[in-house]
Design a protein around this ligand. Structure first.
Ligand code: SF4
Length: 315
């Protein structure tokens, strides 16, 4: 499991050095082995920061990340290397992280070779196997990234991640840049890999519709805080938090949802100066005086279903 609670001061330059941005603020997130957790929110809500911390790419300035129950900071160098290899991140734009001067076979084969995961003389077979697993024809392995489509490049990124034998994939907007039909193919690939390789996923997306079919559990974030968390079917059948309900209204396929809500109004406020009390109050159609002053606690409203809204106190 992974637990995280932290805050972050970043990218603000000398001008606002005194400020601390709570990109992720008091979040406690657990991902159990074999589970797919969908982490959803608008851009700027802190979900990517959280994903990077979970993947060990960015250390939290406060709080802890537990890997199989152990604090990442307490691991020996060899254990930390293992943890890093076992947790791989898949990004929105694989092209940015694919070296344009390397052939696909080098991109996929480099890390497993460095980490001694391939038997001597077996690299070519090993690379072919990873490409095939990611749905790419090994005959294309001598090509360069620019010779592939966006969907194929994402498959190269996936093959590269699989090549180091991870058990946990953190996918950050991994299908956001793709056409809808290609999105479905890549999502199906993730689910196939889950079954074949017993993978665990943290699936980060701004789009609830994308996480709906693959998540066991959904966590909704707003301005650095978790506002709702529940088993996926519960979130879609009985959304509680006004922000979740507004996000659901943006998922196009269910008309009934649209009647109740018209989507999330207005821009997400700056994390530099978040609204007081419930961060969502300036955009919430149900906001009360209390919401401006008092932060709602994330509390259980049904088994496994937690929500942070003062409206639940009246229930
Ligand atoms: Fe809306 Fe208040 Fe609930 Fe926040 S606490 S979501 S402002 S009703």
């Amino acid at each position: 499991s992974l637990d995280f609670a932290g805050k972050l001061a970043k990218k603000l330059g000398a001008k606002v050095r005194e400020d601390v941005v709570h990109a992720v603020d008091g979040v406690d997130l657990q991902v159990r082995k074999g589970e797919v957790v969908g982490l959803v929110g608008e851009s700027g809500c802190g979900k990517s920061t959280l994903g990077r911390m979970v993947a060990g790419i960015m250390p939290p300035s406060a709080g802890t990340v537990l890997w199989h129950g152990r604090d990442l900071k307490s691991l020996s160098a060899a254990e930390a290397r293992q943890a890093k290899l076992r947790t791989q991140m898949i990004f929105q734009d694989p092209y940015a992280s694919l070296n344009p001067r390397l052939q696909v076979q080098e991109i996929v084969g480099e890390a497993p070779q460095v980490h001694g995961l391939v038997p001597r003389g077996g690299l070519e077979t090993y690379v072919d196997e990873q490409l095939r697993r990611a749905g790419l024809d090994p005959a294309l392995k001598r090509r360069y990234p620019h010779q592939f489509s966006g969907g194929q490049r994402q498959r190269i990124g996936i093959a590269r991640a699989l090549a180091v034998q991870p058990d946990f994939l953190v996918c950050d907007e991994a299908v956001a840049a793709l056409d809808v039909s290609i999105q479905a193919q890549i999502l199906n690939l993730f689910m196939k890999l889950r079954r074949e390789l017993d993978l665990t996923y943290l699936f980060i997306s701004h789009d609830l519709g994308v996480v709906e079919h693959l998540s066991d559990r959904v966590v909704i974030m707003y301005l650095g805080r978790v506002v709702e968390e529940a088993p996926a079917e519960e979130v879609f059948a009985r959304p509680n938090h006004p922000y979740t309900r507004a996000l659901l209204a943006e998922v196009p396929r269910i008309e009934a949802r649209k009647r109740a809500f018209a989507g999330v109004k207005g821009e997400i406020p700056s994390p530099l100066n978040p609204p007081s009390g419930c961060h969502f109050h300036p955009r919430c159609p149900f906001a009360m005086e209390r919401c401006k002053a008092e932060r709602p606690a994330l509390r259980e409203i049904a088994p496994g279903h937690r929500s942070a809204c003062h409206l639940n106190d009246a229930a």
